[in-house]
Design a protein around this ligand. Structure first.
Ligand code: NDP
Length: 337
């Protein structure tokens, strides 16, 4: 290949991202910088967090600069190298962008991965990627599940949520999942062994509140929050005493022009509950430990991790928007053949 197609952010989205906020451009394939290398990206992780990186708001990372390619974690192969530690053909993974070739300068986080140890390089974006590690550390380090407790997880059929619920089951908890649509709810109970699935679509907060109360008559000991209000408010009305809330994501707010927020914070006082803002980056030194445990559960058949692989850089926008329509069936990945 002689060209490098790149998916650029041209304009900051206002509410829902639209096609014209982005542009697919073609550039020459770059040469390796002194001491660095050029990576051919084979798979891009498509994550809800990318929406936040498109806004010029204070965050845990600087915003994507306008006219830069959209930032993404990628897995690929060293294409050309000026670094003896990174031979051409070596598989690597790092925080790069949606583009066919990425320049990796010395000191930039991109590390070798052992593709011989897994059945597919996509495993580095799924089982051993940030989403599974988020579920693992959010559950084991923050929620700290005990057998017999009740866990409720939102975005339950998604990449993080499905793993969270299964980890709850591994720890002997009763697991309630909230997701959109009958098919996703079927997957929750049949594919991921959740105890109860609640379809939130078309329901108001009172209906959700009642359904959660019916599923958890003694209240929710743990809430793993991926979505936000109004679903989160319905959960918070159902807390057990000393409940733990892992605040992992608020996808219902990412494109919202007006944010609903949590109007029943008082319930946290009533139930002496704790709410813990969680960021996976905090756990980077422990990623090998988490990845090893997750792979052990996968090999033992205790954990199922689904991947939704779309193909072609020209489909970047459509693939990204699947996260917000709920079309993704598992971890959303874009393959750059
Ligand atoms: P998912 O695979 O769960 O995909 C996103 C899902 O969110 C969709 O399939 C859809 O499912 C649901 N969704 C989208 N819009 C809405 C809405 N308005 N209301 C309710 N549900 C909605 O994505 P991930 O597993 O990658 O991410 C899940 C959450 O975890 C996100 O909030 C993300 O930001 C967060 N996260 C946080 C991390 C951290 O370190 N704090 C790290 C990684 C992820 P449905 O069809 O059920 O509506």
């Amino acid at each position: 290949m002689t060209e490098n197609r790149r998916f650029l952010l041209r304009r900051r989205p206002d509410g829902d991202p639209v096609r014209d906020d982005f542009e697919l451009v073609s550039a020459p394939v770059p040469s390796p910088p002194p001491g660095g290398f050029v990576m051919r990206n084979h798979y891009c992780s498509i994550d809800p967090a990318m929406r936040g990186w498109m806004d010029d708001e204070p965050s845990y990372m600087p915003p994507i600069a306008l006219d830069d390619p959209v930032r993404a974690t990628t897995v690929g192969v060293v294409h050309a190298s000026d670094n003896d530690d990174y031979a051409v053909g070596q598989w690597v993974m790092g925080l790069n962008a949606i583009e066919e070739y990425s320049v990796v300068t010395p000191g930039h986080f991109t590390a070798p991965v052992d593709v011989e140890a897994v059945d597919s390089p996509t495993r580095f974006l799924t089982a051993m990627g940030a989403v599974s590690l988020t579920a693992y550390f959010g559950m084991t380090d923050v929620a700290k599940p005990k057998a017999g407790e009740t866990l409720c997880v939102t975005g339950a059929a998604g990449a993080v949520g499905s793993v969270v619920g299964q980890i709850g089951k591994i720890h002997g908890c009763r697991v309630i999942g909230i997701a959109g649509g009958a098919e996703k709810c079927r997957r929750l109970t049949e594919d991921y062994s959740f105890d109860v699935a609640i379809d939130y679509r078309g329901k108001d907060i009172e209906e959700l509140r009642a359904e959660i109360a019916q599923a958890a008559p003694d209240g929710l000991d743990m809430v793993f929050e991926n979505v936000g209000s109004p679903i989160m408010e319905a959960e918070v009305f159902n807390l057990a005493t000393h409940a733990r809330i892992v605040l992992c994501g608020l996808i219902s707010e990412y494109n919202a022009e007006e944010r609903v927020g949590l109007r029943n914070l008082w319930q946290l006082i009533v139930h002496q509950a704790t709410i813990h803002g969680f960021l996976i980056a905090d756990y980077a030194p422990r990623f090998p430990e988490g990845g090893a445990k997750i792979m052990e559960w996968v090999r033992e058949g205790k954990l199922r991790i689904d991947e939704d692989v779309q193909e072609g850089i020209e489909n970047s926008y459509d693939t990204f928007m699947r996260l917000f329509s709920g079309a993704n069936e598992g971890k959303q990945i874009l393959k750059l053949p």
